[in-house]
Design a protein around this ligand. Sequence first.
Ligand code: EPZ
Length: 417
Amino acid sequence: MDKIVVSGGRRLSGEVEVSGSKNAALPILIASLLTDEPCTFEHVPELVDIRTALKLLKGLGVKVEQDKPGSVTLQARGVDKLEASYDLVKTMRASFLVLGPLLARFGEALVSTPGGCAIGARPVNLHMKGLAEMGAEIDLVHGYVAAKAKKLKGTKIYLDSPSVGATENLMMAAALAEGTTVIENAAQEPEIQDLADVLTKMGAKVAGAGTAIVRIEGARRLGGVKHRVIPDRIEAGSLMVAAAVAGGDVLIRGVRADHLDAFLLKLREAGVELEIEGDQVRVKGDGVKSVDVSTLPYPGFPTDLQAQMMVLMSVADGVSVITENIFENRFMHALELIRMGADIRLEGNRAVVKGVKSLSGANVMATDLRASMSLILAGLVANGYTEIARVYHLDRGYERVEKKLGALGADIKRVAS
Ligand code: EPZ
């Protein structure tokens, strides 16, 4: 298993390009199941999770062509299998998003439930409840969801919590359902809006994506699509924290700053200098002060940037209270940061972070995707060497991050072990 070794203390400077969004690309690739025509997507990041999604789709009988870097064409004409195995779904829980499209297009599906993961139980009850309200017969047998529906019917669905995945699964199912589906308390993330753009281009009528009420008028059939995936707002935010925590002056290109309002306001409140110009953000970091952070569904502060913000706060001037409201176990990176000298006190879903003068490099272990990035960020500013193990977590969601940070002046390398 590869390790990443960072030698801290180097300031960052230069320019870096943000990749396409993992969390937009995953549902969008899966939406190709809704039509038998070719779907071409650009700006698709080269990540382990993307490769897993393409393997899953190929296994269902979807034709997959990757003619140039970042571009993929899928055609679900010869789908001959309606099952997503436990092995694949447990590897990547977003595989569960095939349930809605398979059910809507083929009338049945057998999809393993994803089970929990490091950051929480992550149930899928809202996905199943919504599909049942659209008329599907849903049974849970041997850990699999067995679903059947002659024809899904549009209806009004209320989500008890604004689940991103449930909103995506139900939007895709509704795109081929009879009549209109209204999803109330829908997730509002930019990734939902990007999926809505794709479904609209395929022939569905989608209104309200990005707000709490999404209305989808189902079509009898959907056509092919060409679409460029939005930039990855979480990678962009992670790179901004890198510049802020290491100090320096970095230009981040290909960013949708409007997808990061809450996060950018918090960085500014902490004293990070930001110049936003079109799709570029210039970040100048030289010492920050502590601010409080509470993660919330979009447009609130993103839970996927909580670990990265904790690193910045661990070397800020003052005391910061970080509250994690989305997942029940998303502070595992704190335990590793404490080993690097951070002063963090965990109290349930709150972390009280008292800024310290400096962190010290150590051998640490990644526990989940965003935690692995936070340990690299800590290594950038720590004295001495930080060796991060289990970087397979990192490769799920960041495209060549050690190359990107290295090009900005960081002393970072990947060591095969
Ligand atoms: C998506 O996960 C993202 N993943 C996550 O990013 C992100 O952290 C999360 O949304 C929240 O923004 C992808 O888009 C592939 P949810 P998802 O359903 O859809 C509860 C990363 O680092 N819930 O919005 O699984 C659930 O327990 C990953 O890139 C139910 O109770 O998130 C959780 O507490 C990590 N019942 C909360 O909602 C359900 O049926 C948010 O989950 C579904 C969810």
